[in-house]
Ligand binder design. Structure first.
Ligand SMILES: Nc1ncnc2c1ncn2[C@@H]1O[C@H](COP(=O)(O)OP(=O)(O)OP(=O)(O)O)[C@@H](O)[C@H]1O
Length: 361
């Protein structure tokens, strides 16, 4: 266990009847970090959060909080205060009363309650709505009230389950920076469940990627984006081109024999002849040219099948002669000198050091 570990999941399994929702989770949450748990619907994110909150008991394994097992310990009898951010605000209380509510339940006196609530209303920039009913607030304002209500009790850990899913795109982006700043300023550990890559990657210090009840990868957003560890992660993020094939000897080294052609492996790839392997290269690290570039070793003939321009970024969609789709993403200007009309034949290529192998998971 690391020195700054606040929570550890050790071999945690959760079954509902014979269905295994979470298979053997082993990971740690560090004190003061913003940890996002990300994955597609049904992968076990919420179940993981609910076990941490004490709302579900693990079927196997141990969850420790500040070193102590908490498997069967309800939230209120733990030493480390933890709050589940709920968006279900009380409609019969006004904004200030909603924020004061948890303090009242904890027996905090009226004057102190008022003082602390006012502080949080101000911090979340909702003081002017203090006397309003919840029904009279916008989605973003409700979010701020929900955050103030959770944080006014000064928890050490805040658990958030898809808190932004109901907001429109622009508000989502604004709330992401509110959340990130808040977490940084307060130093409270945030555990944030989401299926959205942009939310996880823009806010979290570390991301846990789950699939079918197990962890595929844990790392900083940069680590995961640059070096997805498994085929699932690379596919899920959708920013890599993937090529699978059998390893064979070629030119004094090793190559991957893929339907798109022969691709060279780095000498330290750790593979042996006869293995099946998958190579990934980011769409931003895949280049295009009209002729085969001198000295290039990983070159795939492709045909333009589509393009997409979003802001300053252009994505070209290409197809190999076997029908495999490849994406190349660049700034607009970088495509300026290339003929990129539909059906144009080009060569996709990349530097061997920009590619790496992934596990089949
Ligand atoms: N109480 C329960 N009884 C039976 N099965 C359950 C129960 N709770 C969750 N599951 C199942 O466990 C799996 C994981 O559910 P969970 O809610 O953790 O997924 P999730 O990743 O949070 O998904 P989503 O993003 O859709 O909320 C799902 O297949 C779900 O149907």
């Amino acid at each position: 266990m690391q020195r700054d570990t606040l929570v550890s999941f050790e071999g945690v399994v959760k079954r509902f009847g014979s269905f295994v929702a979470v298979q053997k989770l082993d990971f740690e949450i560090r004190k003061g970090e913003f940890l996002a748990i990300m994955g597609s619907s049904g992968c076990g994110k919420t179940t993981t959060l609910r076990m941490l909150a004490g709302l579900e008991a693990p079927s196997k394994g141990v969850i420790r909080l500040s070193g102590k097992p908490i498997n069967d310990l309800p939230t209120w009898s733990r030493d480390t205060p933890m709050v589940w951010q709920s968006l279900a605000l009380f409609p019969f209380l006004n904004v200030r009363e909603n924020v004061e509510f948890a303090l009242k339940m904890r027996g905090v006196g009226k004057a102190e309650r008022r003082r602390r609530a006012e502080q949080w209303l101000e911090r979340m920039q909702i003081s002017e709505f203090a006397d309003r009913n919840i029904a009279q607030l916008s989605g973003g304002q409700r979010q701020r009230v929900a955050l103030a209500r959770s944080l006014v009790v000064e928890p050490e850990i805040l658990l958030l389950d898809e808190p932004l899913s109901a907001l429109d795109a622009a508000l989502k982006v604004r709330m992401q920076s509110v959340l990130k700043n808040l977490q940084r300023e307060t130093g409270i550990t945030f555990v944030y469940v989401t299926h959205s890559q942009s939310e996880a990657f823009s806010m979290a210090d570390r991301v846990v990627i789950m699939s079918r009840g197990k962890i595929e990868q844990i790392g900083t957003p940069q680590e995961i984006y640059r070096t997805p560890r498994t085929r699932f992660v690379a596919d899920f993020l959708g920013s890599s081109n993937l090529f699978s094939g059998k390893v064979r000897a070629a030119g004094g080294g090793l190559a991957l024999d893929t339907p798109a052609g022969e691709l060279r492996l780095a000498p330290d790839a750790g593979q042996t002849v006869g293995d099946t392997a998958t190579m990934t290269v980011l769409d931003t690290k895949t280049h295009l040219s009209v002729t085969v570039p001198a000295g290039a070793v990983n070159v795939v003939p492709v045909r333009v099948i589509g393009e997409e321009f979003v802001g300053a970024t252009a994505t070209l969609y290409l197809e190999t002669s076997q029908g495999q789709e490849i994406r190349v993403q660049k700034g607009h200007d970088e495509f300026a000198d290339l003929p990129i009309g539909m059906g144009q034949n080009l060569y996709a290529w990349w530097n061997p050091e920009d590619a790496h192998l992934v596990a089949e998971s």
